[in-house]
Design a protein around this ligand. Structure first.
Ligand SMILES: Nc1ncnc2c1ncn2[C@@H]1O[C@H](COP(=O)(O)OP(=O)(O)OP(=O)(O)O)[C@@H](O)[C@H]1O
Length: 646
């Protein structure tokens, strides 16, 4: 896609402007002209799983079994409910059959979709609505869906088709009126309700019109009417031929009626699978008669729960129910259904009648550049709408610059006392562009890890694209802040009055800030939590500061720690800025009432006092660039390691 059309598309997602409302009003007409529906036809999805066992490795090295030899089938046009008491293994089973198990989980057994063992293609061919919805809260509903459409939908889909799909979903999921509402936030603005967030999460999964939908507790946290609305949406998707599998907590009779099949799990095993009526008959056959006043699903879950104080008896009762189900009629029916499906798959395979993923059906992912541009756009919105990074920071920088500049006003001149003031002003420029920015990015990556991990797992983009986009979006601020700060301090303090000296100092300050951000990003990615990153960064920054050349003469630093200075961008920038201020300066005024203290009468002598060498100027610049690349490379390696998929 051409950059201009991407720019147009980004512009068109902006908040409610006249242009937007005009365009959106045209959408229904476009739908009428172009016809409804998605651009590609999805195959109906039959998912079969047999003897699925899930283990996880605990921290002490022991292996824990979470799901024990579970079998089942879900067919197109049906809705299956996975139910059971808390901790029964519903989410674990669903993530396993959806090929989305977390790192460290071992899944055994056969999980087959349309005759093919499940693999990474499941991320394209199925949607997975998580129990906890994660969004970039600063985006509006329309912006979120537009960006997601760009990242998820086939790159061959036209701009118009994508826009139409977004509008279709906004209308279908009753989000059209809220399309310019920000998803979340703390600044008192109107944000989405819990039900709207769930519907938005669902809309995001529907963008690619997948044939198979997994929903983890889609009604949790919703009031009864929103829950009913959500269920109707799922039902209507099943009616269109999709296969829907949901975990659900104790649905009322009305919600339960929407499901075709019920799978009851307890202690990681299947306690029942079949229709709701079959469940009543099965439990009655075991002597569990549901009282008339009870909701049957509540009753089943009560039977399958562990009663506090009666753990062993409860576990024995659950084991007995699961054992009895394994030899029951519904279990035999299920087994026959699965065998029949395998038989059908075999016969289709041998006649080559259906290829589940022909080449032209395979999703063509957006290009690296498209993903990069859309992610940059997303993070620019975050920065612009986040007052922590925008206005407050610039105002704070300005206030510090004025305060620092006023302290040095009229003192940083070419006299003996002025030498210390010039060096002090330079160090303020370096320190201010190092410490606050470096610590301010520490929260960034840990805060974004949950959403990042989810989107990486879904294959929306790579860690490299994310990191590049995140950094590029920060760039405007990383250029404006040091320029503004240096400008104010430089002129208030009255540092060397040449265009070359001023521009070079601004350039170095910008480089310093960017190295500091790269270093902060590395610690943020490497340690994954802000307190841990701070714990390691504080001693590191002290070491860098002490070896910067301002507190101790470089040649007098003991050999066993002097190597640290080669990592210190404070030292390189201090040397380079000092060279710019003092190189070529002669006749420094010597008026002192202490004849025992020698006067420094040239810039070279000043530089020599700090062990700075004029010919090192460009080496310092190169070293700063080297550290910039080194820290960003380390940050990216740490990020890739932290978000790796096994
Ligand atoms: N990574 C893990 N390490 C150790 N135990 C785990 C891990 N993941 C899940 N479990 C345990 O496995 C069991 C099943 O968890 P799961 O989340 O699948 O239950 P669930 O039926 O979905 O429960 P809920 O309804 O409360 O969400 C629970 O006892 C849980 O504590």
């Amino acid at each position: 896609m051409k950059k201009t059309s991407i720019a147009f598309e980004m512009f068109s997602t902006n908040t409610k402007s006249e242009k937007d409302s005009m365009f959106d009003q045209q959408i229904p007409e476009l739908e009428e002209v172009l016809g409804p529906g998605s651009t590609c036809t999805k195959l109906p999805c039959t998912l079969v799983w047999t003897d699925v066992t899930v283990h996880t490795k605990l921290k002490d090295g022991k292996i824990k079994r979470l799901v024990n030899s579970v079998s089942g089938i879900a067919k197109p046009g049906t809705m299956t409910a996975l139910m059971g008491p808390s901790g029964a293994g519903k989410t674990t089973l669903m993530t396993a059959i959806a090929h989305r198990s977390p790192v460290g989980t071992i899944v055994d057994g056969n999980i087959i979709m349309n005759g093919t063992p499940v693999g990474d293609f499941m991320h394209q061919e199925s949607g997975y609505m998580h129990q906890d919805d994660l969004f970039v809260n600063n985006l509006t509903v329309n912006e979120h869906l537009t960006i997601m459409a760009r990242l998820r939908m086939d790159s061959r889909t036209s701009y118009l088709a994508r826009k139409r799909r977004v509008n279709q979903l906004l209308r279908q999921l009753c989000l059209y009126r809220s399309r310019f509402t920000q998803i979340g936030g703390l600044d008192g603005k109107k944000t989405l309700s819990g039900g709207e967030r769930k519907r938005l999460a669902f809309a995001t999964e529907l963008l690619t019109d997948p044939g198979l939908l997994f929903c983890d507790e889609p009604t949790t946290g919703l009031d009864s009417s929103s829950a009913q609305q959500m269920m109707s949406l799922l039902r209507s998707n099943a009616a269109q031929g999709k296969t829907v599998i949901c975990t659900i907590h104790q649905p009322n009779t009305e919600l339960m009626a929407q499901f075709d099949k019920l799978v009851l799990l307890a202690e990681g095993r299947v306690a029942f699978a079949g229709t709701a009526n079959q469940a009543l008959t099965f439990f009655e056959s075991l002597g569990y008669h549901c009282p008339i006043t009870y909701n049957p699903t509540d009753y089943f879950i009560k039977v399958l729960s562990i009663t506090p104080g009666f753990e062993t008896a409860s576990r024995n009762a659950i084991k007995s129910v699961c054992d009895r189900f394994a030899v029951s009629d519904p279990a035999k029916e299920l087994d026959m259904e699965i065998q029949l499906e395998f038989h059908l798959m075999d016969s289709l395979d041998s006649t080559n009648a259906v290829s589940p993923r022909d080449e032209h059906d395979t999703l063509q992912a957006p290009s690296f550049l498209t993903k990069l541009l859309w992610l940059i756009y997303r993070y620019l919105i975050i920065i612009i709408r986040d007052p922590r990074v925008q206005l407050v920071r610039i105002l704070q920088k300005f206030a510090i610059a004025v305060t620092a500049g006023l302290c040095f006003m009229g003192t940083a001149n070419h006299t003996q006392t002025g030498i210390q003031d010039v060096q002090g002003a330079l160090f303020i420029i370096i320190a201010e562009n190092t410490f606050i920015p470096m610590y301010s990015v520490l929260h960034m990556f840990p805060e974004e890890f949950p959403l990042l991990n989810r989107e990486l797992k879904a294959g929306l983009y790579s860690a490299t694209v994310y990191y590049l986009a995140r950094m590029i979006a920060l760039l405007p601020g990383l250029l404006i802040e040091p320029t503004l700060f240096t400008l104010v301090v430089y002129f208030l303090a009255g540092l060397r009055g040449s265009v070359y000296a001023f521009c070079f100092t601004v350039f170095l300050a910008t480089l310093v800030l960017n190295v500091a951000i790269a270093c902060g990003s590395f610690f943020s990615c490497a340690f994954g939590s802000m307190p841990l990153a701070i714990a390691y960064l504080v001693p590191f920054d002290y070491a860098l500061m002490i070896t910067s050349g301002i507190f101790v003469k470089l040649s007098s630093i003991p050999k066993y720690v002097s190597w640290i200075r080669y990592m210190s961008w404070l030292m390189y920038s201090n040397e380079a800025m000092s060279i710019i201020q003092w190189n070529g300066i002669q006749n420094i005024t010597c008026t002192t009432d202490r004849p025992d203290i020698p006067c420094l009468d040239s810039g070279d002598q000043v530089l020599d006092t700090y062990d700075f060498v004029p010919s090192n100027l460009w080496n310092d610049v190169l070293a700063l660039f080297g550290l910039y690349l080194l820290f960003h490379s380390l940050a990216l390696i740490a990020l890739r390691y932290r978000t790796r998929r096994k």
